[in-house]
Design a protein around this ligand. Structure first.
Ligand code: G6P
Length: 604
C-alpha cells in the first residue's frame, strides 16, 4: 500500500527513482510523484494522477539532481489526483515529504495550521507533515522532523527532503515499513526491498519508532526521541531476477506457474523421514509446549485468512487440537478473550498487513504466545511474533495471491504434521502425509499442464452474471479462496457457500446465468456433494466441478490428481486460479493491478 523510494549519491536520481516506483507499483497505483533537490538548490517536483508511466511522461528531460524521493499512492484521504499525489511540499516549497500510512489526528492538526494562515494544496492527511516540518525552527532537519512527529498520531513511513539540508534524506517509521539500502557512496531508501534489489543486497529494516539520516556515503539510525540505535545490515534473501516477469505476460501467470518450484522450496530441508515428522527451525516451541496447546487460533486477512482456514482444518485433523481461523481485523475489534493455553498464529504474505500486525500486538500485550506463518523474511509480523514458519514462496508481485496462498497451505500442513507427531499422530500417518507432501510439486505441474482446457472453460464462464462457489469441510475454504480470486481479478461477482448451506437461502439465486463451481473431492463427503450437484441441476444451474473424477451431473469437470485427503485442498484450488486468470484475461482486465486494490494493506 503506497510505495516510497529515495536516493542520495552521485548518480542522476530521477531515473533511479522512476525505476524504483515501477517496482513498487503493485503496492498502490492511483497516482505518483517525485521530488529532486536540484543542483542550483531548491526542490523540483512532478506529480501525476494514474500510473507511474504517466508520471514518467511528465518528467522533463532536464530534471537533474542526485538526491530525491518518490511515491506511488493508494488513496486513503482524498481522491486520486495530481494535487493529492505525494510528495507534499510546505508553504515555502522547501520541504518535500512522502508518506505511507494514516495520520489519525490530521483533521485537528490541519484546522490549527489553517487557523495560523497555512494554505493546503491537497486533501491528504500527509500534507500536515510537510507544514509541521516546514514551520519548525529547530536547528537540524532531524530535530524538525522529530518535532513534527511528536504532534502526529497514527502510522507512518516517511522520507523527507529539505532544500536547506540538501546533503541528506531523513526517514522515520511507525507502523509502515522503511528499508535502507546501502550502496557504494550512495544510499537508497524504500518501503520494500523490491525497489532496492537491483542496486544493493545490503539492507537495514527500521523498527517502529526508529528514524535514519542517509547521506551519500553514510547513514545513522536513532529513535524518534533522538537516542542512537544499533542498525545491523542484512542481506536480501531473494534474487533480483525473481522480481522480473520471466517471459510471462503478467506476474499472476508467472506466479501461478511457479508453484511447483515454490512448494518444493517450502518442503526443502524440513522433512525428517526417520521420525516421520518435519523440522521447523524457527518455531521456538518444544515438544512439551506443543503438547500443552489446548486450542489454535489463526488470524489473517484476504487469501492469508483462507489459507489459515485450510491450516485450521489440517491442525484439527492431524494434531487433533481444536483450531479455527478468523479475519484478523474482526478479532482485534471484538476484545477477544486471550487464553494462555491457546497458540495464536498470524498468517501474512507480506508480514505487513496492518490488521494482522495490530492483532499480533494486541495478543502480545495480553501475554499470548503468537507464531507467524509469513513469506517476507524480517517483515514486521515476522519480527513481532515469537517464532514461526517461513513460507518461502519467493517474491509475490501480482496483487492477488496465488503461489503464496498455496505455499502457506503447505506450511500449515508441515506445522500440523509437526504438532501431530508430538501428540498422537501415528508413525504410519506421519509417513503417509510425508509421501503426500512429496507428491505435491509433480501434481501441481500436472494440473498446470491442463491450462489450455481451463482457458476454454474460462471463456465459457466469463460471461456469468455471478458465480456460486460451493464446497464442504475441506472444500469450503477452497471455494472461498476461488471465489475471492475470481472477483478480485475479473470483477465477476462471486459468492462462496458451504455446500450444505445452499438450500438454506442461496439456492434462490441459481439460474442458467449464475453457474456454480463445486469442489467435489473423493473423500467421505462425496455422496453429500453429489446431492448438492443434483440440487443445483434441478434448478437449471450450470455446474463446473473440481474433483478427482468426472462428475456426471456437472456440465464440466476439472479432474485433479488425488493426494491424501488432508492435503487435497492444496491442489483443488490451483485450477481455479487459472480459471480466474483466464476469465480476467478474456474480459480484458488489468490482471496484476486490479482496480481499487493494493498488495499490502498497511492501514486499518
Ligand atoms: C490485501 C491483498 C490480498 C491479501 C491480503 C492480505 O488485501 O489484496 O491479496 O491476501 O491483503 O495480505 P498479506 O500480505 O497479509 O497476506
Amino acid at each position: 500500500m503506497c510505495g516510497i523510494v529515495g536516493y542520495i549519491g552521485k548518480r542522476d536520481a530521477a531515473p533511479l527513482l522512476l525505476e524504483g516506483l515501477q517496482r513498487l507499483e503493485y503496492r498502490g497505483y492511483d497516482s505518483a510523484g517525485v521530488a529532486i533537490s536540484g543542483k542550483s538548490g531548491g526542490l523540483k517536483t512532478v506529480k501525476a494522477k494514474g500510473r507511474v508511466r504517466e508520471l514518467e511522461s511528465r518528467v522533463p528531460k532536464r530534471f537533474s539532481g542526485t538526491t530525491g524521493i518518490a511515491h506511488t499512492r493508494w488513496a486513503t484521504h482524498g481522491a486520486p489526483s495530481d494535487d493529492n499525489a505525494h510528495p507534499h511540499l510546505d508553504a515555502a516549497g522547501k520541504v518535500a515529504v512522502v508518506h505511507n500510512g494514516i495520520i489519525d489526528n490530521a483533521a485537528e492538526l490541519r484546522a490549527k495550521l489553517v487557523a495560523d494562515g497555512v494554505e493546503f494544496a491537497s486533501e491528504t492527511d500527509s500534507e500536515v507533515l510537510s507544514h509541521l516540518i516546514g514551520r519548525s525552527t529547530a536547528e537540524t532537519l532531524e530535530a524538525r522532523v522529530q518535532q513534527a512527529l511528536s504532534r502526529v498520531e497514527g502510522t507512518y513511513g516517511i522520507a523527507v527532503l529539505h532544500a536547506d539540508f540538501a546533503d541528506r534524506i531523513v526517514v522515520a517509521r511507525n507502523g509502515s515499513p522503511v528499508v535502507l539500502g546501502i550502496g557504494e557512496n550512495e544510499m537508497f531508501v524504500a518501503s520494500d526491498v523490491a525497489a532496492l534489489v537491483r542496486h544493493t543486497r545490503q539492507v537495514i529494516t527500521l523498527d517502529d519508532g526508529e528514524m535514519a539520516t542517509i547521506k551519500a556515503g553514510e547513514y545513522r539510525t536513532y529513535t524518534t526521541e533522538g537516542s542512537r540505535t544499533a542498525a545491523s545490515p542484512t542481506t536480501i534473501e531473494w534474487e533480483a531476477e525473481s522480481y522480473d516477469m520471466g517471459g510471462h505476460d503478467t506476474y499472476m501467470h508467472k506466479e501461478i506457474c511457479e508453484q511447483a518450484d515454490a512448494v518444493d522450496r517450502v518442503l526443502r530441508g524440513r522433512i525428517d523421514d526417520r521420525f516421520a515428522t518435519v523440522h521447523l527451525g524457527g518455531l521456538g516451541i518444544d515438544a512439551r509446549e506443543a503438547r500443552g496447546v489446548r486450542r489454535v487460533k489463526i488470524l489473517g486477512c484476504g487469501s492469508a485468512y483462507h489459507a489459515g482456514q485450510i491450516g485450521a482444518q489440517m491442525i484439527e485433523e492431524l494434531a487433533r487440537i481444536p483450531a479455527d481461523a478468523e479475519p484478523a481485523s474482526e478479532f482485534r475489534y471484538r476484545n477477544p478473550v486471550v487464553d494462555p493455553d491457546t497458540l495464536y498464529i498470524a498468517v501474512s504474505q507480506s508480514g505487513e498487513t496492518y490488521d494482522t500486525l495490530a492483532a499480533v500486538q494486541e495478543l502480545k500485550r495480553k501475554g499470548a504466545r503468537v507464531l507467524g506463518v509469513v513469506n517476507v523474511v524480517g517483515s514486521a509480523i515476522a519480527r513481532e511474533t515469537d517464532g514461526g514458519v517461513y513460507v518461502h514462496a519467493g517474491p509475490e508481485v501480482c496483487v492477488v495471491s496465488t503461489k503464496c496462498f498455496t505455499n502457506t497451505a503447505v506450511a500449515f500442513a508441515l506445522l500440523a504434521l509437526h504438532l501431530g507427531r508430538v501428540r498422537d499422530l501415528s508413525v504410519a500417518d506421519g509417513k503417509r502425509i510425508i509421501a503426500g507432501l512429496r507428491k505435491l510439486p509433480d501434481q501441481i505441474s500436472q494440473i498446470l499442464r491442463g491450462e489450455e482446457e481451463i482457458k476454454k472453460l474460462a471463456a465459457e464462464y466469463a460471461d456469468a452474471k455471478s458465480m456460486m462457489f460451493v464446497g464442504r469441510v475441506r472444500g469450503y475454504p477452497v471455494a472461498r479462496e476461488a471465489s475471492l480470486k475470481l472477483k478480485e481479478v475479473s470483477y465477476v461477482h462471486a459468492e462462496a457457500y458451504p455446500a450444505s448451506e445452499l438450500k438454506h437461502g442461496p439456492l434462490a439465486l441459481i439460474e442458467p446465468e449464475v453457474p456454480s463451481v463445486a469442489i467435489v473431492p473423493d473423500d467421505e463427503l462425496l455422496e453429500k456433494n453429489r446431492a448438492t450437484l443434483e440440487e443445483i441441476k434441478a434448478r437449471s444451474g450450470r455446474i463446473l466441478a473440481v474433483g478427482h473424477q468426472e462428475q456426471e451431473v456437472a456440465d464440466h469437470t476439472i479432474v485433479v490428481p488425488r493426494n491424501e485427503p488432508e492435503l487435497d485442498p492444496i491442489l483443488l484450488g490451483i485450477p481455479l486460479q487459472l480459471l480466474a486468470y483466464h476469465a480476467a484475461l478474456a474480459l480484458g482486465r488489468d490482471i496484476d493491478k486490479p482496480r481499487n486494490l493494493a498488495k499490502s494493506v498497511t492501514v486499518e
